[in-house]
Write a protein that binds this ligand. Structure first.
Ligand code: GDP
Length: 202
């Protein structure tokens, strides 16, 4: 699945302007600067897939990529969602963006799972809890991937995994397994690929 190319399919700025639903979609969400672009690049082995953005919050659209086949014949689509929680984005824009995001999350039958990325150094913050609320309300399966594993000591890693798992325990749509990743060391990338492959074989 991850050996071949991962081609860009479509960019959507509005939920009313989505590509026709096809194969299962796996979306990636998280705060700006969480390491989402880097993780998508590591996951797919395409350095240019999601350009590491040095202007967080810049891309206010859903970007669709084809995996496991050329666009039109792909086995799965990866969906890069806009980062949230970037202070410099005007209020109105956040409102637009979150409405589009809400519409996509609520209305997309082919959306198989959302990976919510959480910075391993920071843990789950109130904004992330808002994202979890939205996903629970939308009844979309979601799973946490912690990022920047390489930045933490072993004891800190264990503590953030335990705290994250505890936060999820009371949430109806959350998948219990937490994956700790690093785009720099490659930690957890195999586990993330495995989780995606298992989803497709279900
Ligand atoms: P995005 O805004 O969520 O797309 O985040 P980026 O992928 O652009 O990364 C934001 C910042 O975090 C950049 O400075 C990256 O170099 C850094 N970063 C991303 N992934 C990792 C990681 O696995 N380990 C470390 N130490 N830093 C990372």
């Amino acid at each position: 699945l991850f050996a071949g190319p991962c081609d860009f399919i479509f960019a959507s700025a509005k939920a009313s302007d989505l590509p026709p639903a096809g194969p299962p979609e796996i979306a990636f969400a998280g705060r700006s600067n969480v390491g989402k672009s880097s993780l998508l690049n590591a996951l797919t082995g395409r350095k240019t897939l999601a350009r590491v953005s040095h202007t967080p919050g810049r891309t206010q659209q859903l970007n669709f990529f084809a995996l496991g086949g050329a666009p039109g014949a792909e086995r799965v689509r990866l969906v890069d969602m806009p980062g949230y929680g970037y202070a410099a984005v005007g209020k109105e824009k956040v409102a637009n963006w979150s409405q589009s995001m809400r519409d996509y999350l609520k209305g997309r039958a082919s959306l198989a799972r959302v990976f919510v990325l959480i910075d391993g150094r920071r843990g789950v913050k109130p904004l992330d809890e808002e994202m979890f609320d939205l996903l629970d309300q939308s009844a979309v399966s979601y799973q946490i991937a912690l990022t920047k594993h390489d930045e933490l000591k072993a004891a800190e890693r264990a503590a953030v995994v335990a705290a994250t798992a505890q936060t999820l325990a009371k949430r109806p749509a959350a998948f219990p397994e937490v994956i700790f990743t690093s785009s720099h060391s490659g930690e957890g990338i195999g586990a993330l690929r495995g989780a995606i492959a298992r989803l497709l074989s279900e």
